[in-house]
Design a protein around this ligand. Structure first.
Ligand code: TZP
Ligand code: MG
Length: 211
């Protein structure tokens, strides 16, 4: 199970989120201070089948050596095959109740939620943390909905939800503080880190804001 500090800088990446070799990108992000990693291999040019599994295994090894949780996006089979630390599901992905049935209780389960209703349902069904967003405009997720803003996290906290929350969507070193001030335990970022010229430096910059 992940501890609260591990949500602070939650990096997400698939091979199509970077022009670099994904392993090099992840290693640089680790050096910059990310606290957890989600393998999200989705969309155009995404690897599938054995190639996806091999890539995941190589990225998992980097996380393991760094002592960082390795979470798999929306692929329960892969998460179980690899013995991942966690699994993350969107609202349209595998239902949480089915994930719970298949995964050991030691595995951290994250769910995307954008409204109070979705968040309360996810917590009731046993989610270990929530990814709330999009916080801001993003071009990384093709089917992303309109931004809900940090206010969505504030609303969940005011409603009494104490589950760990990470904000997601369009977050960078300039706006991360607003997400934390709203009550998040951390921020999830893809492009701010994966597309940075200097990935390590960008992760460090985010850590400065988050500490
Ligand atoms: N879910 C909501 S927004 C988003 C996901 C996966 C994309 C986040 O990417 P970025 O580059 O950090 O905006
Ligand atoms: Mg989805």
């Amino acid at each position: 199970m992940m501890n609260k500090q591990q949500y602070l800088l939650y990096f997400i990446m698939g091979s199509n989120n970077t022009d670099k070799n994904p392993e090099d990108a992840l290693r640089e992000a680790v050096q910059g201070g990310i606290t957890s990693f989600q393998f999200r291999e989705k969309g155009q040019y995404a690897e599938e089948g054995p190639a996806k599994k091999e890539l995941a295994g190589r990225l998992q090894k980097i996380c393991r050596e760094a002592g960082i949780p390795f979470i798999v996006n929306d692929d329960v089979d892969l998460a179980l095959e690899l013995g991942a630390d966690g699994i993350h599901a969107g609202q349209e992905d595998t239902p949480l109740v089915d994930i719970k049935k298949r995964c050991p209780s030691s595995m951290t389960i994250g769910v995307s939620a954008k409204t109070l209703e979705e968040a309360e349902q996810a917590v009731q069904d046993g989610a270990d943390y929530l990814g709330v967003g999009p916080m801001f405009a993003t071009s990384t997720k093709e089917d992303a909905e309109n931004p809900v803003g940090p206010g969505a996290i504030r609303l969940l906290r005011e409603s009494g939800l104490s589950v760990p929350i990470v904000g997601i969507g369009g977050i960078d070193a300039e706006n991360a503080a607003f997400v934390m001030e709203a009550g998040a335990d951390g921020v999830s970022v893809i492009s701010a880190v994966s597309r940075a010229d200097d990935i390590r430096q960008e992760a460090e910059r985010l850590r400065e804001v988050l500490r």
